[in-house]
Design a protein around this ligand. Structure first.
Ligand SMILES: NC(=O)C1=CN([C@@H]2O[C@H](COP(=O)(O)OP(=O)(O)OC[C@H]3O[C@@H](n4cnc5c(N)ncnc54)[C@H](O)[C@@H]3O)[C@@H](O)[C@H]2O)C=CC1
Ligand SMILES: [Mg+2]
Length: 324
């Protein structure tokens, strides 16, 4: 595994003018030459573009230092920045939470707004949402891992922010993710979507559930579908995976599964799901056409998770297959 501390220390003085092929060479940049995404109590700072779309606000370190000085904060806060990775343009990317500063004052300085992450997901385009999601997950992990769970002593982060070390025993802690299986079940002609009471009104998604300790992906999938809708799945195929920041950093493993057309009767666990239904291809096609979540007072309409979610990907894979 790459050692991010060494990466940070092996800084080059200037950014290369061409794209490097290797990940290692692309990472040889410092905080000074990188761009920093700002958060406030885990909400990312977004700016509206001239076209009316939104993007995460990114600043270089001297801009951030200036902002900290103007708001009377200690410059050392910059050291809390966590390395996210490297952009396709060979620029190191960091994230920093300014939660100890006044939110409105930072927003004014930065000409942007801190937007709750769930809302940000509906405002950002595909490429930026995962970056913001990774930033929030790492910042959250640092904020909630300040003490060693074995000794109770403080932990200290390494320079890149990729691990924390117990000050007493030297035990190293790494950011954690919870594996979740997410599955689009089909009976051959229809697909199954459900909604939790906490979802935005009218939004339906693929079934999902946390893997229990000791379970493999297939066992977790069969159990979740059986528990949530009372169906027994047959064929399972893996599609793709996605890091997901909710509720506290999950790793979604996306699959398709099928049930026999003779056994499609749902027995919905209403403690988990508010509703679950079979949807025809035509119904899915119209739900895919809904561009933005309906507003309060609009007629009820079924709509689907945003483009960069794995649930949506599973649904579009299914519709493509139905048309083959
Ligand atoms: N990106 C996407 O397209 C979608 C993502 N999801 C995500 O999948 C995740 C899991 O889906 P759910 O149906 O809520 O799971 P679920 O069906 O396992 O039910 C959630 C419950 O599981 C329990 N649980 C067990 N292990 C847990 C753990 N490690 N962390 C938190 N709770 C745990 C808790 O009691 C929690 O209330 C959610 O975070 C949700 O945001 C869900 C649908 C679509
Ligand atoms: Mg579930």
């Amino acid at each position: 595994m790459l050692n991010p501390l060494r990466i940070l220390l092996s800084a080059t003085k200037s950014l290369p003018t061409r794209r490097c092929s290797g990940y290692v060479s692309r990472m040889r940049f410092t905080l000074q030459s990188g761009r920093i995404l700002l958060f406030h109590r885990l909400s990312p700072l977004l700016q509206r573009t001239e076209r009316g779309t939104f993007r995460p606000a990114a600043f270089n370190s001297s801009d951030v230092q200036l902002i900290l000085e103007r708001l009377g904060s200690d410059r050392s806060l910059l050291k809390e920045a966590v390395l996210l990775g490297c952009s396709e343009q060979n620029q190191a990317e960091f994230c920093l939470d300014l939660g100890e500063l006044d939110q409105a004052a930072v927003e004014e300085e930065c000409e942007g707004n801190f937007v709750d992450l769930r809302k940000s997901f509906f405002l950002l385009t595909g490429a930026e949402a995962p970056l913001v999601s990774k930033g929030q997950a790492l910042l959250r992990w640092h904020q909630t891992s300040r003490f060693c769970s074995a000794t109770g002593q403080p932990t200290h982060r390494n320079q890149a922010g990729s691990q924390r070390v117990c000050s007493s025993t030297g035990t190293i802690y790494y950011p954690k993710m919870s594996p979740v299986v997410i599955v689009l079940v089909s009976d051959g002609k229809r697909c199954l979507l459900g909604r939790q009471a906490s979802f935005p009104r009218g939004m339906y998604s693929a079934l999902a559930g946390f893997c229990d300790m000791g379970e493999c992906l297939e066992e977790a999938l069969c159990r979740e579908v059986a528990e949530e809708v009372g169906l027994e799945v047959q064929r399972i195929s893996y599609s793709s995976s996605q890091h997901w920041p909710f509720p506290h950093s999950s790793f979604l493993l996306g699959c398709h599964a099928s049930v026999s057309p003779a056994h499609t009767q749902l027995n919905v666990d209403v403690t988990e799901l508010e509703d679950a239904r079979w949807f025809s291809l035509e119904e899915i096609d119209s739900a895919l056409q809904v561009r933005s979540p309906p507003r309060r007072g609009d007629a009820p309409v079924v709509w689907l998770p945003p483009k960069h979610t794995i649930a949506r990907q599973l649904i579009t894979e299914w519709t493509d297959r139905q048309r083959e």
